[in-house]
Design a protein around this ligand. Structure first.
Ligand code: ZN
Ligand code: ZN
Length: 153
């Protein structure tokens, strides 16, 4: 029996929306420096975890704002309608993968960041970590995800 639980909990600021996820099922973790992430976070970047939807258990009701990403896909950003905290987002075209906002986890100390997205729009005051892989814009792994998904059924 595994004594260490792989289930991690997170929530919005007011607590109306809570969730748990299985950290062993996280595909990868990224900093996204795109302008949309900067606007929604009000910060230099968003830090997101890629994970299949079935490993995330959300309790509550998020409101979604949809915008068009640079690649033409439709990104839906979910936030708590009461306190405005962004919890997760996903691309409408690949809706089985969620991008969970790492900062909403109660404990995010276990996360290792794999790469940076949209380094071309990173700010001088929040420079990308160049010790990890950097993508100028939208990484090609987004299209690669569709094939990854076939192993997640
Ligand atoms: Zn809330
Ligand atoms: Zn972004």
């Amino acid at each position: 029996m595994n004594k260490e639980s792989s289930i991690e909990a997170g929530r919005c600021q007011c607590g109306d929306n809570t969730y748990t996820l299985d950290k062993n099922k996280v595909i990868s973790a990224h900093h996204c420096h795109c302008k949309d992430c900067q606007r929604t976070t009000g910060s230099g970047k968003a830090t997101i975890l890629f994970i299949a939807k079935k490993y995330v258990d959300l309790n509550g009701e998020l409101k979604f704002f949809e915008s068009k990403g640079s690649s033409g896909s439709h990104v839906r950003r979910g936030f708590c309608p009461n306190c405005g905290s962004g919890i997760l987002s996903y691309s409408k075209e690949i809706s089985r993968i969620l991008y969970v906002k790492a900062g909403t986890l109660d404990d995010s100390s276990w996360i290792t960041i794999d790469s940076n997205f949209f380094t071309k729009s990173a700010n001088n005051w929040n420079k990308p970590d160049e010790s990890i892989k950097c993508f100028d814009g939208n990484p090609s792994i987004m299209s690669g995800l569709k094939s990854i998904l076939k192993s997640f059924t």
